[in-house]
Design a protein around this ligand. Structure first.
Ligand SMILES: NC(=O)c1ccc[n+]([C@@H]2O[C@H](COP(=O)([O-])OP(=O)(O)OC[C@H]3O[C@@H](n4cnc5c(N)ncnc54)[C@H](OP(=O)(O)O)[C@@H]3O)[C@@H](O)[C@H]2O)c1
Length: 298
């Protein structure tokens, strides 16, 4: 194909495995980076995807434990709790001019990546999807949607456009957004109250939004004020309306992680929210209490 890209995927799990398989299926070269066991499973069996939206298919990918040659882009799709250890697999001199495209939830990781890689090659992305790695190399994409917002304040626009075109051709609806801060905080503003309260109470969204409505409203308002102070969007009424539109059984991934005894991305979401509040002098008593109450699950 004319515009074939070479793409590394650091952490081929729910998000990374889905993107790796979709990109490979459309003809791009994909190198997944993981621990040896997962790499071996991927080399042998490829990535098997089950998706009502994109079909059930198996995609061949290359797999290694570290990046050994330059690529056009390295998607970073580990959880925040594994980020530092995982980045050791992507030496900056090897990646060189390649884009670094993190899909993590949260707002603080782009700065950490810019300290480690070329700052003008870090292109943070936000993804709206529900995708689960059920075994190494086996991914279930459960949501009827998969949408990507790609940003990167100082990244040359043609580089962003080329990658966005590759994503869009592979399946996920993809936009390039000018305002990185707004994109990251839009996701954070929606995610933080939802993740924190569903995890705190061990209840799905339907119960949180009815039985803990006042607390949800207060947390959404605090989060919106923090987002506004950081240069992000602030529309608490819209956030509440979005929660109300979700099926009552909806769970957050933080809640699923707590149920499964996995480490939580609490610091990247709740911790980052409180640090931003502190930095801007925004009172956040409800957020502070709920983050405290979630700590024992982390
Ligand atoms: N899943 C979703 O639907 C979704 C939606 C929106 C945003 N997000 C965000 O996307 C990020 C990734 O989430 P996820 O759900 O895709 O996570 P995940 O399914 O747990 O996948 C993470 C992957 O990272 C790998 N990994 C862990 N430590 C590693 C290391 N040191 N080196 C290399 N690979 C390592 C794991 O390998 P093994 O397979 O070997 O365990 C796993 O494949 C998170 O920040 C999450 O909040 C997720």
């Amino acid at each position: 194909m004319a515009n074939e890209l070479s793409v590394a995927v650091l952490g081929p799990g729910g998000v990374g495995g889905l993107l790796a398989a979709l990109l490979s299926r459309t003809g791009h070269r994909v190198i997944c980076l993981s621990g040896e066991k997962t790499a071996e499973a991927l080399r042998t069996d490829g990535i098997r995807v089950r998706s009502a939206r994109f079909g059930d298919f198996t995609a061949r990918v290359e797999a290694d434990t570290e990046l050994r040659e330059p690529v056009d882009a390295c998607l970073v799709t580990v959880k925040h709790t594994a980020l530092d250890a995982a980045l050791a697999r992507v030496p900056a001199p090897v990646l060189s001019d390649g884009l670094v495209v993190p899909f993590l939830n949260g707002v603080e990781h782009p700065a950490a990546l810019r300290a480690r890689y070329r700052p003008d090659r870090v292109a943070p992305a936000v993804i709206r999807v529900e995708s689960t790695r059920v075994a190494p190399g086996v991914v279930e994409h459960g949501s009827p949607f998969a949408e990507i917002d790609l940003t990167g304040t100082d990244v040359p626009r043609p580089r962003l456009d080329a990658l966005a075109d590759a994503f869009a051709a592979a399946g996920p609806a993809t936009r390039v957004l000018e305002d990185e801060t707004a994109a990251l905080w839009a996701k954070m503003s929606f995610l933080a109250p939802f993740a924190l309260l569903t995890t705190r109470y061990g209840l799905p969204l339907g119960d949180v939004r009815t039985r803990h409505r006042d607390e949800l409203t207060a947390l959404v308002e605090e989060t919106a004020a923090i987002s506004r102070a950081c240069g992000g969007p602030a529309d608490p009424a819209q956030a509440l309306a979005r929660y109300d539109a979700f099926p009552p059984s909806t769970k957050s991934s933080m809640q699923r992680d707590a149920e499964a005894g996995r480490p939580l991305e609490l610091d990247a979401i709740g911790g980052a929210l409180l640090r931003a509040a502190e930095r801007h002098g925004i009172p956040a008593p409800v957020a502070a209490r709920v983050v405290d109450e979630v700590h024992p699950f982390a």
